[in-house]
Ligand binder design. Structure first.
Ligand code: ZN
Length: 245
């Protein structure tokens, strides 16, 4: 087997795409989380430890990416709380992260997109970035996060902190500019896969070297995917209550 990062012929391991830690908050007691698609509903496979792929990475390369995975997990899951909220009067208008390492965080997002694209797992089948795969592979190997507009990253978060379920990632467009959209335990990640610069709104709100990193607030009731996630979350909460009773 050939590792898709180091290109060596070597034994491959069970490599996660979205790291396992990001799936952990979805577990409710003994219930195994379901995987969902915003186009086809519930995917047939349940996922106790997230989705892994046995055909992409060797142990050494998986551990290399794992350092950025750990950093992002700490910042976005372990240490992130409602205290990151930004208010205008009494109205929550955004979230922000005031201290972060641009290189590590950006490389996590880039490696996530790259892994989603090279994986042949059904959950990731709607992400296919073609020639960008090789460019990202080089950037990952060299530990090069690029400039803020290179594969510009913007992050949104659903306003309801109970939302942690994930839909399958897919491509999207903002003002005609190509992006990939990846759900991440209540966050929604947008990565530009286009040579043109980001559209005006996302230009202001993309991950930069200088803090803060602004996180767009998304109302679950104002979009199709938000409504789907709300339904799935309420179902999971109800199930958890019934189990506890
Ligand atoms: Zn390797």
């Amino acid at each position: 087997m050939i590792c898709k990062l180091c290109n060596e012929e070597i034994i491959l391991i069970k490599a996660h795409i979205i790291p396992e830690g990001f799936f952990r908050p979805l577990r409710h007691g003994s219930t195994v989380p379901e995987l969902h698609s915003n186009t086809t509903g519930v995917l047939p496979k349940r996922s106790p430890i997230g989705v892994y792929d046995k055909n992409i990475l060797c142990e050494k390369c998986d551990k290399y990416l794992g350092l950025w995975d750990e950093y992002a997990h700490k910042l976005l899951i372990q240490e992130f709380s409602e205290s990151n909220s930004v208010y205008n009067g009494s109205k929550k208008v955004a979230y922000q992260i005031i201290s972060y390492n641009y290189e590590k965080l950006k490389l996590f997002f880039l490696s996530l997109l790259w892994r989603a694209s090279i994986s042949s797992q059904p959950f990731y089948k709607r992400i296919n970035i073609g020639a960008h795969e090789n460019i990202l592979r080089e950037m990952i190997i060299n530990g090069n996060p690029g400039e803020p507009y290179d594969y510009a990253v913007s992050l949104a978060k659903f306003s309801d902190p109970r939302i942690k379920e994930m839909l399958d990632p897919h491509t999207t467009r903002f003002s005609g500019i190509n992006y990939c959209q990846i759900y991440l335990t209540g966050f929604v990640l947008y990565i530009k896969t286009d040579k043109r610069k980001p559209p005006a709104l996302l230009e202001e709100l993309c991950l930069n070297r200088d803090p803060p990193f602004w996180i767009i607030l998304r109302d679950i009731n104002e979009s199709k995917d938000g409504k789907i996630l709300k339904t799935i979350t309420l179902k999971a909460i109800k199930h958890k209550r019934e189990q506890g009773a």
